[in-house]
Design a protein around this ligand. Structure first.
Ligand code: F0G
Length: 464
């Protein structure tokens, strides 16, 4: 199997390789990011995407039930006997006509891919099942990640559900929403809160994993991204194998955009789709590295000849000025995304754009998503807020077919939601006011009434 499947440096001018079972996940020649690479001509590739529809009839088989592994021919790095699934990826593409007014789109053209329905409540399970499978192939006993909360929740759930490995998670102290911290603790992960933020935790976890030989499940691990490709396979499935015009995704550590780009690029190479969608990545304004580099400094992948020096200088400047990421969308509160080069490559493949949105725009969009039936966490709503901007700018037209990815569940971060709707000015100020959120445009205030039947009935008649 191994010569058909390996890991390869993403730099075309380097092309250093690692064996499939190597867990260094960085190019041995240049230290850059690696892809999982396949010799497709020597692997069984289905003749068309419709091939996967037969898996719906085999749902008693856990591998065909999984929303990731029912597409296993498109991520064929593991023999089926190694695959670890907990039923991830049972997520659906939903037509979102109710939201069309808010973003000024024509009805029937907007879809939401709701990844909050995963076992741990976020898209991370798509990647974790793949990383976990790889970890099992190489015999790992301990797995670690740095996290803003969802990767760690996913790792904790996979470890506790399978009993295969011990979870060790690094989080920035105070930088994690309660729903996510609750998951790590409840599922028995060793939870290490370090005095710092995600970017600090990410550096430390790489050092620690290397020193102690612990398996790393952050998205620098290319097997994670193989699993996340399946989010786009399900989008295509939801559109009866038609390619949308746009896919919009929040950007944090930039694993998703990298995975989505690879998914579409490979499908086109395999002749399974005939064109690529455009990608839009949405940063929070308080954590906007990709936006600054791509849109303001004009940095491009250029077939691998991207200006590394300029990017390095950008990061040096961030450090020198002690600039820290800061946004209510804590999931994407990241200034040093590890997948930056892969994201630039995906943006080149898919003719991408990047935008930033404020915390106010994020929370208003989140409230609109909620009022129309789906619950998401703040970071997820960045995709809808980004769409609204791109519509205002005319970059996306009313009639294009658009998919926004909702990455995580509403219950991940109840504090942000309650503060937005709260009647308590102190709570609002503490959680949101200090981040520049002025007016919760769609606040749904609770009604305070005395414990009196007459007063309660009066309130109901008044408001409903
Ligand atoms: N949305 C949610 C809900 C997330 O948890 C994350 C990332 C993103 C979007 C950004 O995705 O990193 O692929 O660009 N959360 C990571 C974590 C960093 O640790 O849970 P990305």
């Amino acid at each position: 199997m191994s010569e058909r499947i390996y890991q390869r440096c993403i730099q075309p001018d380097c092309a250093g390789t690692l064996a499939v079972d190597d867990t260094r996940f960085l190019c041995p020649r240049c230290g850059g990011l690696v892809d999982v690479a396949y010799e497709w001509s020597r692997l069984p590739v289905p003749p068309s995407l419709r091939f996967f529809e037969q898996r719906w009839a085999e749902r008693q088989d856990p591998l065909s039930c999984s929303g990731v592994w029912r597409f296993r021919e498109l991520l064929p790095f593991a023999e089926p006997r190694w695959i670890m699934t907990i039923g991830e990826g049972q997520t659906i593409l939903q037509q979102a006509d109710g939201l069309c007014g808010y973003v000024n789109m024509n009805r029937g053209r907007l879809y939401l891919q709701y990844e909050g329905l995963n076992p741990s409540g976020s898209f991370k399970d798509n990647g974790m099942t793949a990383a976990f499978t790889h970890a099992r192939m190489v015999g790992a006993r301990r797995a670690a990640c740095a996290s803003t909360g969802n990767t760690s929740a996913s790792l904790a759930v996979f470890c506790s559900a399978t009993g295969l490995m011990r979870a060790i998670i690094f989080i920035g102290s105070g930088k994690i929403a309660y729903g996510k911290l609750a998951q790590a603790l409840d599922h028995g992960a060793l939870t290490i809160q370090i005095a710092g933020d995600f970017d600090d935790a990410m550096q430390r976890v790489q050092q620690v994993s290397q020193q102690l030989g612990i398996y790393l499940v952050n998205s620098i691990n290319p097997f994670r991204l193989e699993g996340q490709k399946s989010i786009m396979y399900r989008v295509l499935e939801g559109l009866r194998w038609e390619v949308p015009d746009w896919v919009i995704v929040p950007g944090g550590n930039l694993g998703n955009v990298s995975a989505f780009g690879k998914a579409f690029f490979e499908l086109q190479q395999l002749g399974l789709i005939s064109r690529l969608p455009r990608l839009a990545v949405i940063n929070a304004a308080g954590a906007n590295t990709l936006y600054q580099l791509y849109e303001e400094q004009g940095i491009r992948w250029r077939a691998g000849a991207w200006p590394r020096q300029q990017v390095q200088e950008f990061f040096q400047q961030l450090q020198a000025q002690h600039r820290r990421a800061s946004t209510i969308a804590s999931a994407i509160e990241i200034n040093q995304p590890v997948n930056l080069p892969k994201a630039l490559r995906a943006l080149e493949w898919c003719d991408g754009v990047v935008r930033e949105v404020t915390d106010q725009e994020i929370l208003d969009a989140k409230a609109q998503v909620g009022v129309h039936g789906l619950g998401c966490e703040p970071a997820s709503a960045a995709s809808v807020a980004g769409l609204k901007r791109l519509r205002q700018e005319g970059v996306i037209s009313k009639d294009e077919r658009v998919v926004c990815v909702l990455t995580g569940h509403q219950l991940k971060d109840p504090t942000a939601t309650v503060a937005y709707h709260s009647t308590d000015p102190q709570m609002f100020e503490e959680v949101l006011g200090k981040r520049g959120v002025r007016r919760p445009t769609f606040a749904n205030r609770s009604v305070q009434v005395p414990n009196d039947l007459g007063e309660i009935i009066k309130a109901i008649e008044l408001y409903a």
